[in-house]
Write a protein that binds this ligand. Sequence first.
Ligand code: ADP
Ligand code: MG
Length: 466
Amino acid sequence: MSNGPGIDQQWARVQGRLRDEVGEAAFKSWLKPLTLTEIDDGEVRIAVPTRFMRDWVLTHYAERIRALWSVENDGVHSVDIVVAAAAPPRSTTDGVPAQPLVPPLSGIASEIAAPETRSGSENGTDYGASLDARFTFENFVVGKPNELAHAAARRVADAAAVTFNPLFLYGGVGLGKTHLMHAIAWHIRRKHPERRVLYLSAEKFMYQFIRALRYKDTMSFKEMFRSVDVLMIDDVQFISGKDSTQEEFFHTFNALVDQNRQVIISADKSPSDLDGMEERLRSRLGWGLVADIHPTSYELRLGILQSKAEGQKVEIPLKVLEFLAHKISANVRELEGALNRIVAHAELVGRPVSLESTQELLHDLLRASDRRVTIDEIQKKVAEHYNIKTADMHSARRARSVARPRQVAMYLAKQLTARSLPEIGRKFGGRDHTTVMHAVKKIEELSAEDRSFAEDVELLRRMLEH
Ligand code: ADP
Ligand code: MG
C-alpha cells in the first residue's frame, strides 16, 4: 500500500505531537530526521539514516510513535524502524546531540521497544521487551503496603543526581514491581530524554550475555550495558544459581555504580533472602535503598479497583468493587483480570453490572481464590469446631472422637485446596494417601446418610471459604 495524502497528514500529526511531548531540541535531534516510507498491512515503516539512530529511536521513542500512530489510525498496530540510505542524511552541525555515544548493538538496545515494535534488523536479533504504556506513576494507586516503594521510585525518577544506589524493590508476584520500574523509565524519558534508560528482565540480561558469549562479542555487550545512565533489571532472582551470568551482572553493576549511574533492581525476595546468589552480590544489592511491597490490603485493592473502574465504558456499582476487593486478595493482576472480565461481559450482553452477575461470571475464579485456604487453617478450624487439639490432626490416636474430625479435615483439604492425596496425607502426620482417600469416601457416605452431619461439614466449609 502506498502512502495516500491521508497517511502523510497522519504522520505530520504524529510528528507534531511528538514535538510537543519531547520538546524542540530532542525532536530536532532524533525525530525530525525520520521519514515515513510506507504503511503495509498495519505496519508503519519509518526510515532513519544510521543504525545508531535507529537504536536510539527504538529504545526511546518507538513505543510512543506506535501509540500515537494507533490514535491517528486504528489500523496501525506496529512500527518498524529501518536504516535506509534514502532517508535524508543528518548534517553534522545541525541537531547532533551531545549524547553519550552508545555502540549500535541492536539486539540489546531494542530491549525497551514495544512487543509490537520491531526494528528493521539486519541480523534478525532484536528482541522486544517492552515498556507498558499503562504502567505510569499516574496509574499507580498508592496505599500503605506500597507507599515506601512508591516514594522511593518517585525519588529516583525525579532526582537529578543519583540518590540511592541501587534501588532494590522486592515483593510477591503481581504487586506492582514491574509497574513501578516502567513508571520510572517513562518518567525519566519524558523529563530527560537525553538520559539513556535501559529496562530489561534478568532473564533477558542472561540471554543477551549468553548470546554475546556465543558470538564472541562480549566487548560490545559490556560497553552497551556500561554506557547507560539508568539500568533496570527486573526479577533478578532469575539469575540465582546461574553463576557466570551473576558474575557478569556483578561487574556490570559495580561499573555502573562506580560511575554514579543509577541502578534499579527488582526481585521477589529481599537481597539477603536471595538463595543461590553469591554472597558478595547479595550484600552489594542491599547497599542502597531496599524497599519492599507488602501484600495488598483491602483498602488498597478497593482503591485500585475504583481507579481502574473509572475509565471503563460501563458503570460498576461500588458493591461489586467491594465484593471483588474482599474476595480476590492474591494479587493485583488477578483483580484486574476479574474487572476486565466483568466489563467485557457487560459490554457484550449489554446488561448493567450487578453483584449477582458478577458472582456468576467469576464463579471459577472465586472458587480458585477460595481454594487458597491452607491445610493448616483447615486443621485448626476443624479442631476448634470439634473441640479437639490441633495436634490430634497429626497424632496416631484412633479414638472416634478425634478420628472423625481428622477425616472431616482431610475431606475439606481435598475439597478446598489443590493438594494431592499424598501431600494431604503427609500433612496429617505422614499418613498414606489411601487413608486420605478412605476419609474422603467416608465423609461423603456419612453426609449422604446424615443430614445434620452434612450440614455441619457444609458449615465448616463455608467458614473456611469465608
Ligand atoms: P509484579 O511485577 O510485582 O509481579 P506488576 O507490576 O506486573 O507486578 O503488576 C501486576 C498488575 O497489577 C499490573 O497490571 C499493574 O499495573 C497492576 N498493579 C499492581 N499494583 C498496582 C497499583 N498499586 N496501582 C495500580 N495498578 C497496580
Ligand atoms: Mg514483574
